[in-house]
Write a protein that binds this ligand. Structure first.
Ligand code: TRP
Length: 462
């Protein structure tokens, strides 16, 4: 069959911005600040930084490398490198399935962010005297089926629109516009935050390590977070890597992606905690930090009305550049393996993901009483994807490169475009080999045992 030439990124910066866009999402702006708040601020951040350097970066390099070497989607990539092994092909398939599942509920939360742009603009936040009231209002919105489903569908349509336009004209172009806007908005919010009266308490909280909160649980949470925030474990970075030219320097691109992702998470934390402390609210609100605490924070700061709108625009953009990477994995699979056109893949699977996302959107209204092992539908799919499929996927990606495909073949592939680095700084490569072979699989396995509750079980028995 005469196949159209596979698409590629137009430039190195295009790839970096798209991949950083995938990485930077709700995980950075919503989750990172709230878990930092729960686990004691700076001490947690330090551990998170170490985890990112010793697991996140090496696994990211491995994923991008598999993609770049094969120029294929996760299924095709594993099939090719394993010469048709059913097991490894299934690992790729698990990634595509995980992309489908994650997108279905990620877009529900993204829809809330989108809906909150309008809420912020409506001025309704000024009616909230304290976070509890804002929280009640938030609950009443998400229990409104029309509101919840409406914004979810709208967000999915945005995601589909970008992916429909292609790798270069859709994803790359979109990222080149959205990422600088995101950065600018965040800088504006950070400046607002640190110039508030009383902001120093927030900065202090962010910079002063409180080691008493650093438990085994905090360390595992930090590892899980560095994994999720870098979009690892399901082939999103693999797929983006598959549009990368072999002439580009892969390790240096990976370092740029990790740096941008980390920087944005830190800036988001700084913007949020300065605001929270300056207005005398609690940093420990957990998942409600953004939708319960922040609306009240904004009403208490000068110019809060405008900053609240900017914040939710920022959150929506961050989510959008991530959701397109999730849909692209599924799309690439149907294009490469099934010979579909991009347009058909996007419409069919964007549509199916939307359908599959409905029970997640209904988890706070129509299906409020539905439970799987005590979790509502939304929390169940989140658990399945983030706690099971991603760690399992990440574990096998590192095992695949370090043991199965092997460094004998992986190193020459990594070397393409990075000849200089190999010659001048061979220790970087040695470091990568060791971390990927001995550290990443073991640590990811521990995170996995912890997240399915086995470590706690063992601790209880002991
Ligand atoms: N990294 C994104 C965030 O921080 C979420 C995300 C996008 C993701 N694609 C992914 C997570 C693939 C895991 C796998 O919000």
């Amino acid at each position: 069959m005469a196949q159209a030439k596979r698409e590629q990124w137009g430039s190195k910066i295009g790839f970096i911005l798209a991949a950083a866009g995938s990485a930077i999402g709700l995980g950075n702006i919503w989750k990172f600040p709230y878990i930092t708040g729960q686990y004691g601020g700076a001490a947690f951040i330090l551990i998170y930084l170490i985890c990112t350097a010793i697991i996140g970066l090496p696994v990211l390099m491995a994923e991008v490398l598999i993609g770049r070497t094969t120029q294929k989607n996760p299924v095709g990539a594993f099939k090719k490198l394993s010469e048709g092994s059913k097991f490894w092909t299934a690992i790729g398939g698990m990634g595509v399935a995980a992309g489908f599942i994650i997108l279905s509920y990620y877009a529900v939360v993204a829809g809330w962010a989108l809906g909150y742009i309008y809420q912020a603009a409506s001025g309704v936040f000024y009616e909230f005297s304290k976070p509890e009231v804002a929280g009640q209002y938030f609950n009443s919105l998400i229990s409104d089926t029309v509101w919840n489903v409406g914004y979810f569908v709208l967000f999915m349509a945005l995601t589909m629109g970008v992916v429909y336009s292609g790798v270069k004209n859709g994803i790359e172009r979109g990222s080149k516009i959205m990422m600088p806007v995101l950065f600018l908005l965040l800088i504006i919010l950070v400046i607002r935050g640190v110039t508030l009266e009383g902001a120093s308490a927030g900065i202090k909280y962010f910079l002063h390590p409180d080691w008493s909160h650093v438990t085994g649980e905090a360390i595992l949470a930090a590892m899980g977070q560095s994994f999720f925030t870098l979009s690892l474990g399901m082939g999103a970075m693999l797929t983006y890597g598959s549009y990368m030219s072999r002439k580009e320097n892969l390790p240096s691109s990976a370092v740029s992606i990790v740096t941008l992702d980390t920087l944005i998470a830190l800036l988001a934390g700084l913007a949020i905690f300065t605001g929270v402390f300056a207005t005398g609210l609690s940093p420990k609100a957990g998942p409600g930090l953004i939708f319960h605490t922040l609306p009240v924070v904004f009403t208490k700061m000068p110019g809060g009305y405008a900053f609240s709108i900017l914040f939710f625009v920022l959150l929506t953009i961050a989510a959008l550049t991530s959701s397109i990477s999730l849909l692209e994995v599924i799309t690439a699979y149907f294009i490469d393996e099934k010979g579909w056109s991009r347009h058909r893949a996007v419409i069919v699977f964007g549509g199916l993901t939307t359908l599959f996302g409905l029970p997640s959107a209904f988890s706070y209204n129509l299906m409020g009483d539905f439970r799987i092992f005590g979790l509502n539908f939304f929390d169940s799919v989140d658990f399945l994807a983030a706690n099971i499929l991603l760690p399992v996927g990440g574990f096998f990606i590192s095992v695949f490169v370090a043991y199965y495909w092997g460094y004998k073949k992986a190193l020459p592939a990594l070397r393409d475009g990075a000849e200089n680095l190999f010659e001048k700084y061979p220790w970087v490569i040695t470091g990568w080999k060791i971390l990927l072979k001995y550290f990443a699989p073991v640590l990811i396995f521990l995170v996995f045992l912890n997240s399915i509750g086995i470590l706690k079980l063992i601790a209880d028995i002991l």
